[in-house]
Design a protein around this ligand. Sequence first.
Ligand SMILES: NC(=O)c1ccc[n+]([C@@H]2O[C@H](COP(=O)([O-])OP(=O)(O)OC[C@H]3O[C@@H](n4cnc5c(N)ncnc54)[C@H](O)[C@@H]3O)[C@@H](O)[C@H]2O)c1
Length: 341
Amino acid sequence: MKTKKLNVALIGCGAVSRNHGKALLNNEYATLRYIVDINRDHAEKFQEKYGGEILSDYRELYEKDVDVVHVITPHYTHPEIVIDMLEHGFDVLTEKPIAIDRRDGVRMIDKSEELGRRLGVCFQNRLNKATKMAKEIIDDKRYGNIVSMMGLVGWDRSGKYYSESPWRGTYEREGGGTIINQSIHTIDLMDYLSGGISEVSAFDAHLRENTEYEVDDFAMAYFKFNSGATGVGFFTNAYEKSKICDVEIHLEGATLLVQQRGLTITHEDGKREFFEAETLTGEKSEWGVSHSLLINEFYRSILEDKPFIADAKTALRTTDIVNAIHNSNGRFIKVRGYEKV
Ligand SMILES: NC(=O)c1ccc[n+]([C@@H]2O[C@H](COP(=O)([O-])OP(=O)(O)OC[C@H]3O[C@@H](n4cnc5c(N)ncnc54)[C@H](O)[C@@H]3O)[C@@H](O)[C@H]2O)c1
């Protein structure tokens, strides 16, 4: 194992950057050196709490002593920034989604493989306690195979959420609404826990009487899984005050309910067991509590040269499923994941 601490730069000091900042405070594997934002005010606010030297253009990083770059910028910027940072020798952890379009994600993966650099994606909920317990139960077949699965998302996004960051709410720059931004975590968990979604038939819509965004605020989907099981998804960010993001999994011998607050196992005789997760204290608890865990896992994957739990290829599958939900209009679309374009 390499003993040196990694030098880190963050690009993008907006809403979710604080989760990255918190993870870097007194981090045993890494030191935050640089923070980059085109908005000086955002960078200064971030710096007050978490430190880092401010740069205004990520290209200033080319000559800096940096090992890892976190890309925490709007969706449409991910391919260009990530590929540029890989080309300049950095390992990259990007926020979700890897890209709006699957084909950009493939280019990003190809570049990371060609240059031998790591590329990870922030799907931190794979490390939530309830997810980890469910994954173990499903994989060791303690209660048999998966029969069916449901993803349920009811978040609340409107008003300031869209006005404070104008890239949100547009197909061009956000790439969609609730499916690609909020529900993507639940869709990722369904793919990750099931052993893979193989086909999707779906409808998405903008149902709210609302002109502040043009993108979808509702979607419903029917999933076929590689295992032969099936599932459904109901996704919205138009449910005021709500923070629901659940995955229910019917196994042959029990039912699992994966939530941010913990895992509930309902047995065939009706008996219930609840395993509580870490306490959710912060705002935006619907994001989950595992950003720091995931970021540390990324650093350890580099230092110990081992696989990363949210590698770019598995993360790209989620973009493909999101694209399929947008494009389906009731037809079945096969999920391809990483496949040359
Ligand atoms: N994993 C999660 O749970 C989670 C939660 C929220 C957001 N996110 C993701 O994080 C990313 C950022 O989302 P956000 O809500 O923080 O957005 P935001 O709009 O609040 O912040 C984005 C920041 O990036 C800066 N920026 C834009 N272009 C830049 C560039 N070229 N160079 C440097 N800085 C630039 C902006 O000035 C802004 O400060 C998105 O991909 C989003 O989906 C992930």
